[in-house]
Design a protein around this ligand. Structure first.
Ligand SMILES: [Zn+2]
Length: 321
């Protein structure tokens, strides 16, 4: 609910990535009024975020009531401090929330990026109207977030939803989290590239793949070639989908949510990845659970985290935390 005194107020949502940040000026109901983006260095993040906020205010003059920041890592809801971030280790050392507040002069709320993305999709994206939803973001890393009874489920200490670190291959490779064979070690964008390189080296069916022509290909290139009819690239995307679907089956069995929303750059492969995800989830989950769950692609693209972070800032400002 928005009180009359807040009617003109806006919120800024920021998504922090390993080497870039994206920000949006967002209305209290989740509409984006302006966007800004910048390549980041890891020192003095607060000053760089303050510049992004200033750019947004110049582009669409507005009274900004609070700022939300989605961080790739574990954020303590009690202290607002980042506990672990393998993508952005610099944010663990300082008190980023306090530093941004000092630089910008308005309240700041920090949260896990997947939590923010989930809230964005649930409010104005693919999860609109859903009360029980599981959200996955597949990119450089893999994040997850749980919405139960309309609210984010944070768990005992605020770190629930670490979907990327479910073990998918007990004899797999070591993960950044210290475990072996996490979903992230096979299905994150850099690991799709790693697996594809390995397979190109040893698989004779790869000899016709256009991917062999360019040594520095990305996960987006693999998806692009797959869409263009490259069978080898399509096989790598489909195998990735089956890994993800295996983990989704466990979630469906565990939570029985009505909706699973899949976002992040890896989902740009479209049906080539979504179909094998759904098929594998169907194959490996309990049938009544699968039949009561819809598995869909996210719809907000890169706006999901900034919108959700802004809404988390709105909620924190309204209840005074
Ligand atoms: Zn892991």
């Amino acid at each position: 609910m928005t009180s009359p005194s807040q009617a003109g107020q806006q919120y800024v949502g920021v998504e922090l990535c390993a080497s870039s940040a994206r920000a949006a000026l967002v209305s209290p109901t989740g509409e984006v009024a302006a966007r800004s983006e910048a390549v980041f260095s890891s020192d003095d993040l607060a000053a760089q975020i303050a510049r992004l906020v200033a750019e947004l205010r110049d582009a669409a003059p507005a009274s900004v009531a609070a700022i939300g920041v989605g961080v790739p890592g574990l954020v303590s809801p009690q202290t607002g401090r980042v506990i672990i971030s393998t993508d952005l280790p610099a944010v663990v050392r300082g008190d980023l929330r306090a530093e941004i507040e000092k630089a910008v002069g308005i309240p700041v709320k920090l949260d896990n990026d997947a939590n923010a993305g989930a809230l964005g999709e649930q409010t104005v994206g693919a999860g609109r109207g859903s009360r029980n939803m599981f959200y996955v973001t597949l990119g450089t890393g893999i994040g997850g977030a749980i919405i139960l009874d309309g609210k984010l489920w944070r768990g005992a200490s605020g770190f629930a939803g670490e979907f990327g670190h479910i073990t998918i291959d007990p004899e797999g490779i070591e993960c950044v989290c210290g475990n072996v064979g996490c979903l992230e070690t096979v299905a994150s964008a850099p690991n799709i590239v790693r697996r594809t390189h390995e397979r190109l080296m040893r698989d004779s069916t790869s000899s016709l793949s256009r991917l062999g022509l360019n040594k520095n290909f990305t996960a987006a290139d693999i998806a692009h070639e797959a869409r263009g009819g490259d069978d080898f690239a399509a096989m790598m995307i489909a195998r990735t989908g089956r890994y993800i679907g295996t983990a989704i089956a466990a979630v469906i069995n565990l939570l029985n949510t009505e909706l699973v929303v899949l976002g992040g750059g890896v989902m740009d492969a479209g049906a080539l990845i979504l179909d094998p995800i759904i098929e594998e989830a169907r194959r490996r989950s309990f049938q009544p659970n699968f039949e009561s769950t819809q598995i869909v692609a996210a719809t907000l693209g890169p706006d999901a985290v900034p919108i959700g972070a802004a809404l988390l800032a709105r909620d924190a400002a309204q209840i005074g935390i």
